[in-house]
Design a protein around this ligand. Structure first.
Ligand SMILES: NC(=O)C1=CN([C@@H]2O[C@H](COP(=O)(O)OP(=O)(O)OC[C@H]3O[C@@H](n4cnc5c(N)ncnc54)[C@H](OP(=O)(O)O)[C@@H]3O)[C@@H](O)[C@H]2O)C=CC1
Ligand SMILES: CC(=O)[C@@H](O)[C@H](O)COP(=O)(O)O
Ligand SMILES: [Mn+2]
Length: 380
């Protein structure tokens, strides 16, 4: 029996993880967490019978405890609840499906407790990869990628132990504004940015895809997961999101993973690795697929991607500034408090203002996040 804790179970990745669990009778849920969605968390708790559930919202957790009083499920709240779910003793693997760098502390706690990590929460690796990867190695736990591109790379290097990666070719859809100029993007509304061409995802990552910041975060994520340099990761626009990513080896061979855009495959692969198992759903039909296209990324009109390379190459606290500024700006854009182009303007301003530190510890990462927020709030 595979015992699974899901951090962020009410979100896009969380609910798809539970669909995978529903389809596999040898999987069992040990803990579930959410931010505020008390109704869905209660429903999930009643269906999957975890030992504990945690809600970020303290008041909501009190209500949930009353609602679940007829069960033996423990109800916790806040960061303590998230941490307890991450280290719940019976779990083998923790799916990190919370959004944002709030995931750093529970991910570190889970690794310290010896749990394998099915990692969706890319912001954690971007900001704390230099702490997490060595810790995982020391504890002998596996960091199994859930992000579709990283799962594709992981699948492409399966069986290639000992062979050096020459280049990771990280595919990007280009988002809803592919081919647009900054001038055209001035009028972008929230509703436009939330229309991803190929994937149905949570709001934050959908906005990140539209600005190409998602791809920038993914370049940094790949650098930590696969132990390569930033310049060894090349972004390739593949508008249909059919090729999920590719790896070029030293002899020039390129190995890719393809499939329909469906996150349940990378989720199941991470949970069952190295086993592949039947999965219901549509398949790629090469007879009806008219074309697979490629384009070069537009670094000028999508400065979020250039700034991500700059932040990743600088290292230290700079990826945290890049990420924290983006989290702040996307949250403000989702509340219609800033315009679309201000998202990347804010990231640039925060990076230019930052006093850089090398090799930050956890406290310094969280302090950098707080300082980045205060700087932006003093201006916006
Ligand atoms: N969606 C996708 O297809 C993909 C997502 N990812 C990554 O996976 C992660 C999750 O993305 P996604 O599922 O889209 O996000 P969602 O916004 O759909 O879900 C986020 C989950 O985290 C919970 N949550 C939000 N804020 C907090 C908080 N402050 N404390 C505790 N829990 C919180 C939410 O609870 P509530 O519902 O109560 O708000 C929800 O359960 C992100 O890092 C994203 O980049 C990577 C690849 C693909
Ligand atoms: C499904 C997934 O992994 C997302 O990160 C997706 O890749 C976003 O699409 P973009 O390629 O548009 O960023
Ligand atoms: Mn992705």
């Amino acid at each position: 029996m595979k015992k699974i804790a899901v951090l962020g179970s009410t979100g896009s990745i969380g609910t798809q993880t539970l669909e995978v669990v529903r389809e596999n009778s040898d999987m069992q849920v040990t803990a579930l967490t959410a931010g505020h969605n008390i109704d869905l968390l209660e429903k999930q708790a009643r269906e999957f019978h975890p030992r504990l559930v945690a809600l970020q919202d303290e008041e909501g957790a009190k209500t949930l405890a009353v609602r679940l009083a007829d069960t033996d499920i423990q109800v916790l709240s806040g960061m303590d609840g998230l941490m307890a779910a991450a280290v719940e003793e019976t779990a083998d693997i923790v799916v990190t499906a919370v959004v944002g760098m709030i995931g750093i502390r529970p991910t570190i706690a889970a690794i310290e407790a010896g749990k394998d990590i099915a990692l969706a929460n890319k912001e954690t690796l971007v900001t704390a990869g230099h702490l997490i990867m060595p810790l995982a190695a020391e504890k002998g736990v596996r960091i199994l990628p859930v992000d579709s591109e990283h799962s594709a790379v992981f699948q492409s290097i399966n069986g290639e132990a000992g062979n050096k990666i020459d280049k990771i070719l990280l595919t990007a859809s280009g988002g809803p504004f592919r081919g647009w100029t900054r001038e055209q993007m001035k009028q972008v509304r929230l509703e436009d940015a939330l229309k991803h061409p190929n994937w149905a995802m949570g709001h934050k990552i959908t906005i990140d895809s539209s600005t190409m910041v998602n791809k920038g975060l993914e370049v940094m994520e790949a650098r930590w997961l696969f132990g390569v340099e930033m310049d060894d990761v090349q972004v390739v626009i593949q508008p249909q999101s059919v090729i999920h990513s590719m790896v070029q080896f030293e002899d020039g061979a390129v190995i890719a993973q393809l499939g329909v855009p469906d996150m349940k495959l990378p989720i199941q692969y991470a949970l069952l690795y190295p086993e592949r198992r039947t999965m219901p759903g549509p398949r790629l039909d090469f007879w009806s697929l008219s074309s697979i296209n490629f384009e070069t990324p537009d670094f000028e009109n999508f400065p979020g991607l250039s700034m991500a390379y700059e932040a990743g190459k600088k290292g230290g606290t700079m990826p945290t500034v890049f990420n924290a500024a983006n989290e702040w700006a996307v949250a403000a854009f989702l509340k219609r408090k800033i315009g679309y182009l201000e998202i990347t303007d804010i990231i640039g301003e925060a990076m230019a203002h930052h006093r850089w530190k090398e090799n930050p510890c956890l406290e310094e990462i969280l302090q950098t996040e707080a300082e980045t927020y205060s700087y932006i709030e003093s201006k916006y």
